[in-house]
Design a protein around this ligand. Structure first.
Ligand code: NOJ
Length: 739
């Protein structure tokens, strides 16, 4: 039967193999890689292109049993979902001592926002706009992971998304390609450090290539369809930034691009990634995504899917068993060329060499280092710092910060939850020793000053706890209500059509608010939520995301004013789900609204166009005033620069940190341009009353775009410059680009 499949494929596919596309040459390949390649059997080569899950953890639908035998026979060269030095050392021993060539295994895992010490989810962390902090958190996660025996993380996830129905927005850096690119770079550099062979760094994997964040209707794994212009301008830049930062692995996406599944898409993998970008690493599939090309209707069976994947430039098959099962026959019958296999294996071995595994296969297997590094108090302290800086104060009418010693009613199932603080990719994170928000508030405020009542669950319509909650509220001076989504309601396969706060949590909030007691809401969630009602009922709202291992302490720091919140949204919060997709870099259209009541304009009849909380927005316990936006010249000559300057003043009573944002609009182009695009930002700490002049250099790169003829560059003409503390509250001025 297998022979028959191969015969049919031979006639159908031989023409498509390689497709005449030229991959980049690998540079600086260690001679050991080629010597090894020369003595490898075809099975051993294909083994390097195989990645199987261990039975230690499960992150997808199937588990192959017997992978140890495959390691021994050289037919499985890489393992994921395994950690701890003891366990990994044993698997590595089998590879090194019991397989014919002793080629070391590479060990991957989803260390997405922490390994043992969990950091805030990536979307939350992006709201810090603090690139160095994100680099440091990735470096700390890498250190813990590497000390646990791992040498490869399936991160960073850099998918741009403008659709909060899609649960995986929690894993990315929000909606903006410029900020997303800087964050991709910071995270890759954090994970990989300066030297991949440093046993405290891991190989990064930029994912999911490409445009996975744009599924139709926000439903995970759904079809993606967009213009090449949209793709290149808004979706591709963060992947490119990750590759340019040195990431040596890239994971394909589950979706299709231009009708071709990403895992069989030579345009993406060969032309763009390995061609235009000269990517030097290897491409791994997402979980069984070669096999899924059959469901996509792009291949008749797994073998055909395998041919399409390998010829499109996929070097490694994650869990699909397609390369494992079919590649040998496909090569032997001439359908896939052995050169294609050699190219993939060279890429993979080259990375193993760079990881230092050829010099020492047990480089990452040091039990003493594991003890010392994993859960190091310094990493925990960093996790607390990142969590504080990730939180976004969405509303505050003076209710926050609380005073120590206030009698506080703490309400909500989520207030007492530990697991929910970690979010969906918890890696090796454990929650037994963590504090819940309730624990941390009690510890800081004194148990006698805290009255807890669950009130309601995070899901469902059980109202039986309302009475106890109201009783607690009546006994207290102030209320802290923790509401949001279950940890499993964002992340992979967690799309929602209703992105409101689930269950009866908001109903109870309204009841509590009706008592007139000041109510501060802390939100735990993985996506922008619809908060129209909550924003009226609550006196203060602190978006805490899923803040990680030290999240409870960090929430306490903020609500008691030990830290003045400084986070700014990196994704727009809509007023209602009907506005989705919604993002700040929309276009003006031919019928923008100027007057509130006009008809025949680009508007809704039943909702304003603007969001509830825009991109770049976030409050502080102090206030910042912007003034005197000036440019060094009203003309910028091509190839030169001009300078924008603005004065920022802290007019409040607290020292605070502000993120000063620069946006530019190209007024007229050969194609229409967005009403604004983020082009720079600077974080500044100001004491009460202090003023600072902030300068931005504007250069031609900031004005470049994909012009009508699909060349990338600038066009002469007028530009608007906007500066402020949120995408919707900006001072503006203008200049012209001249020849
Ligand atoms: C599927 C997810 O899409 C991907 O992000 C992850 O890295 C793999 N599973 C492996 O767990």
């Amino acid at each position: 039967m297998k022979r028959l499949v191969l015969f049919v494929l031979a006639s159908a596919l031989i023409v498509t193999s390689c497709g005449g596309r030229q991959e980049s040459d690998l540079k600086n390949v260690d001679p050991r890689v080629d010597s090894l390649l020369n003595i490898m059997t075809l099975d051993e080569k294909i083994g390097q292109m195989v990645l199987f899950t261990s039975d230690w953890d499960v992150t997808g639908p199937t588990i192959r049993e017997g992978y140890l035998d495959d390691i021994r026979s050289g037919r499985c060269g890489n393992v994921f979902n395994a950690y701890t030095v003891d366990y990994i050392r044993e698997l590595q021993r089998v590879a090194v001592e019991e397989s014919r060539l002793g080629i070391p295994l590479m060990f991957g895992y989803d260390v997405v926002h922490g390994h043992k010490t969990i950091f805030p989810i990536a979307l939350g962390e992006s709201c810090s706009w603090d690139l160095d902090l994100m680099r440091r958190s990735a470096a700390a996660s890498a250190a813990e992971a590497a000390a646990s025996g791992l040498n490869w993380t399936f991160a960073p996830m850099v998918d741009i998304s403008v659709d909060p129905r899609w649960g995986r927005v929690s894993e990315g850096a929000g909606e903006d390609p410029y900020l997303g690119s800087l964050i991709a770079e910071a995270r890759v550099k954090g994970f990989q450090g300066d030297d991949l062979a440093d046993p405290l760094t891991v190989l990064a994997c930029v994912k999911h290539f490409a445009a996975y964040g744009a599924p139709v209707a926000g439903r995970d794994y759904n079809t993606v369809d967009m213009s090449e212009r949209q793709f290149r301008e808004f979706y591709l830049p963060p992947y490119k930034a990750g590759v340019n930062a040195g990431a040596l692995s890239v994971m394909t996406a589950f979706n299709e691009y231009d009708g071709v599944p990403a895992t069989g898409n030579a345009y993406l993998l060969k032309d763009i990634l390995k061609g235009e970008w000269n990517f030097q690493g290897f491409v791994v599939t997402d979980y069984t995504s070669i096999n899924e090309m059959v469901h996509h209707g792009y291949a008749r069976n797994d073998a055909e899917a395998g041919v399409k994947a390998v010829n499109a430039g996929v070097d490694m098959d994650l869990q699909g068993e397609v390369y494992f099962t079919y590649l040998r026959g496909l090569v032997e019958s001439g359908i896939v060329s052995e050169r294609t296999i050699d190219e993939a294996v060279r890429r993979i071995l080259n990375v193993k060499e760079k990881l230092g595994l050829f010099d020492n296969p047990y480089l990452y297997c040091d039990s003493a280092r594991e003890k010392e590094v994993v859960s190091d108090p310094e990493i925990k302290a960093l996790s607390r710092e990142v969590a504080r800086k990730s939180m976004v104060l969405l509303k505050n009418n003076g209710c926050l910060p609380f005073d120590r010693g206030d009698r506080i009613a703490v309400i909500g199932e989520l207030a007492a939850s530990r697991r929910d603080l970690l979010g969906s990719w918890k890696a090796a994170g454990e929650w037994d020793d963590m504090s819940s928000i309730l624990d941390a508030v009690r510890a800081y405020n004194g148990p006698a000053n805290v009255i807890y009542a669950e009130g309601c669950r995070k899901m469902g319509d059980d109202r039986s706890g309302y009475a106890a909650a109201m009783d607690a509220v009546n006994k207290a001076d102030k209320v802290l209500m923790v509401i949001g989504e279950d940890w499993d309601w964002s992340g992979e396969a967690a799309s929602r059509t209703d992105i409101g706060v689930p269950g009866v949590q908001s109903e109870l909030l309204r009841l509590i608010a009706s008592t007139g007691k000041p109510v501060a809401v802390v939100l735990l969630n993985g996506r922008p939520l619809v908060l129209e009602e909550e924003s009226k009922d609550a006196d203060a709202i602190l978006e805490a995301w899923y803040p990680g291992t030290m999240g409870a302490e960090a929430v306490t720091d903020v609500i008691f004013g030990l830290y003045n919140p400084s986070g700014k949204l990196t994704m727009t919060f809509p007023r209602n789900v009907g506005q989705v997709p919604i993002f700040y870099y929309e276009k003006n259209t031919g019928r923008p609204i100027y007057l509130p009541s006009e008809k025949y304009k680009s508007r809704y009849l039943d909702s304003p166009n603007d969001p509830l909380y825009p991109f770049g927005y976030g409050l502080s316990y102090t206030q910042f005033k912007y003034s005197d936006l000036t440019l060094s010249s009203s003309e910028m000559k091509k190839g030169s620069t001009i300078e924008a300057q603005v004065t920022v003043t802290n007019t409040g009573k607290w020292a605070g940190e502000e993120t000063v944002q620069l946006y530019i609009r190209d007024m007229v182009g050969s194609v229409t341009r967005p009403v604004k695009l983020l082009k720079g930002f600077e974080k500044v700490i100001l004491a009460p009353g202090e003023s600072r002049k902030i300068k931005f250099v504007i250069d031609e790169d900031m004005l470049a775009f994909w012009r009508h003829d699909m060349t990338f560059g600038t066009e002469d003409g007028d530009f608007r410059v906007m500066v402020g503390g949120s995408s919707s509250d900006l001072l503006q001025t203008a200049f012209s680009l001249v020849p």
